[in-house]
Ligand binder design. Structure first.
Ligand SMILES: [Zn+2]
Length: 149
């Protein structure tokens, strides 16, 4: 289990580019455990923050969040839950100084809760909760590590 002991360790988990974007800290104070990840938002929900363990260290990402769109059910690209449009949001991260990348995920990065629902995508998937978690972690790592690091 990787534990983040203080604010300095937390900020060091983010890219230099993102560090001054971390306007809020997770509720509950330190130390922080990632089970299996940690997410928090600005009270305005304009920004979302993510912290997850990778190769024995915490990795952070900052996202701008946009409203979901349309009237149709939306699909979370990380945990594969299907939800009404307001349950899924577009998170945009700065990939470099000039480019950004987006991903549709459960609002507030609430995939943790979505994965507990056996019918989260209405498909009655034959995946065990542990398998869903592995799929989620692979999707998340692929997105963050490939695009941002
Ligand atoms: Zn999700």
């Amino acid at each position: 289990m990787i534990i983040v002991q203080n604010k300095e360790e937390l900020l060091n988990s983010f890219r230099t580019l993102d560090r001054d974007q971390v306007s809020h800290l997770p509720q509950g104070g330190f130390p922080l455990a990632m089970r299996p990840y940690l997410s928090w938002s600005e009270p305005s929900h304009h920004k979302a923050f993510l912290l997850f363990p990778h190769e024995s260290r915490p990795v952070g990402a900052v996202f701008r969040s946009s409203q979901g769109g349309g009237n149709h059910a939306q699909f979370c690209q990380w945990c594969h839950a299907v939800k009404p449009p307001q349950g899924i949001e577009l998170l945009v991260a700065q990939a470099s100084l000039k480019t950004s990348v987006g991903v549709w995920v459960c609002k507030g990065i609430s995939c943790k809760d979505s994965m507990k629902d056996p019918q989260s995508n209405g498909l009655r998937e034959a995946l065990e909760p542990g398998e869903k978690l592995i799929r989620f972690q692979l999707n998340l790592q692929k997105f963050v590590l490939k695009n941002l690091y």
